[in-house]
Design a protein around this ligand. Structure first.
Ligand SMILES: C[S@@+](CC[C@H](N)C(=O)[O-])C[C@H]1O[C@@H](n2cnc3c(N)ncnc32)[C@H](O)[C@@H]1O
Length: 267
C-alpha cells in the first residue's frame, strides 16, 4: 500500500540537470559493481535514473533498463544524451516520470535498485517506507533489490554533520557544457533531531583568466541514518538484507566503511 508522499523533495537536480551532469560526469566508482550485481538479471528497474550514468553501461552490457525519475528535466537531458548513441543502446532504455515514493508500473523486474545514494533524498521515514513497499511490489519472484547509502562515518568525514559554518571546496572540474572551470563549494546545517542535512551548494564558473564569472546556488536536502534504522525500515516493509557490502568492491561492511551496499530480498 503506497501512502501520499510528503511535499518536501530533493530540489537540486530537477531544476539543474546540467549542474548535476557536470559535477558527476566522470564518477564511475560504482559502475563495475552494478554491472556485476546485475549479472544473470534480464530486466532492471532503476529508481532515480537521472541522466543515465549507470543505465548507459547497463545497456552497453546488453541489459534492458527501465528508469523512473520525478524530474522531467533530468529525463529530458538523458533523452537528449541518448540521441548520440546507436539505436541498440537507446532502444534498450525506457524511462518514465514517476516518484519513487509512490508508483505502480504494472510490471515486475528481476533487479530493482536505488543507486548512487538516492534513497537519502527521501526525507521522512514515511516516504522511505512507502518507497520500499513500492520496490517490493515491483520485484519479480526470486528477484533482487539493491540500495546503496553513505554511512554515518562518511557523513562525519565529509563534515556534513559538523555544523561548523565553514564553506568548503568540494570539487573543481572542467565543465563539459561550458568548457570552463567550475568549482562547487558547500556550507551545511545538520539537525540531529530530524537527521536532515541542508546543504547550500555554490557552483562557481570562472573565465579563462580565473575570474569569477557566475555563481549559482542550490539547496540540497537529504536524510542520514545509521545501519540499524535502515535495517528496521526494511523489516517493517517485508524485506531482509541478504548481503551487505562496505565498499563498491564487495568488501565487508564494518566501522570503517564509507558506504553500505545492501542486497535485499522480500521476506
Ligand atoms: C544522485 S541522482 C542519481 C542518478 C543516477 N541514478 C546516477 O546514478 O547517476 C538522484 C536522482 O534521483 C531523482 N530523485 C530524487 N528523488 C526522487 C523521487 N522521489 N522519485 C524519483 N526520482 C527521484 C533525482 O531527480 C535524480 O535524478
Amino acid at each position: 500500500m503506497n501512502t501520499t508522499p510528503t511535499k518536501d523533495v530533493f530540489p537540486e537536480v530537477p531544476e539543474k540537470p546540467i549542474l548535476y551532469d557536470g559535477l558527476y560526469q566522470h564518477t564511475d566508482k560504482d559502475v563495475e559493481m552494478y554491472l556485476k550485481l546485475t549479472e544473470g538479471h534480464d530486466t532492471i528497474l532503476e529508481c532515480g535514473i537521472g541522466t543515465g550514468r549507470l543505465a548507459i553501461p547497463w545497456a552497453k552490457a546488453g541489459k534492458s533498463v527501465y528508469g523512473i525519475d520525478y524530474s522531467a528535466s533530468m529525463l529530458e537531458e538523458f533523452k537528449e544524451k541518448l540521441t548520440n548513441f546507436p539505436s541498440e543502446i537507446s532502444e534498450s532504455i525506457e524511462m518514465q516520470k514517476a516518484d519513487m515514493r509512490s508508483f505502480d508500473l504494472g510490471r515486475k523486474f528481476s533487479f530493482v535498485c536505488i543507486p548512487f545514494a538516492s534513497f537519502v533524498y527521501l526525507l521522512t521515514p514515511e516516504d522511505q517506507k512507502s518507497c520500499l513497499r513500492a520496490l517490493r511490489q515491483h520485484v519479480a519472484e526470486g528477484g533482487t533489490i539493491v540500495i546503496d547509502l553513505p554511512t554515518w562515518r562518511e557523513a562525519t568525514e565529509e563534515h556534513w554533520l559538523s555544523n561548523d559554518g565553514i564553506m568548503r571546496l568540494e570539487k573543481e572540474y572542467l565543465d563539459q557544457y561550458s568548457g570552463k572551470t567550475k568549482q562547487m563549494w558547500t556550507t551545511t546545517k545538520f539537525d540531529p533531531s530530524t537527521q536532515l542535512l541542508r546543504q547550500n551548494r555554490y557552483y562557481r564558473t570562472y573565465d579563462v583568466s580565473g575570474l569569477l564569472e557566475e555563481e549559482e546556488v542550490v539547496l540540497w536536502k537529504s536524510r542520514f541514518f545509521l545501519f540499524g534504522e535502515f535495517k528496521l525500515l526494511l523489516e517493517a516493509c517485508g524485506l531482509r538484507i541478504e548481503k551487505l557490502y562496505g565498499d563498491f568492491h564487495f568488501g565487508p561492511f564494518d566501522k570503517d566503511s564509507d558506504v553500505m551496499v545492501a542486497v535485499i530480498k522480500p521476506v
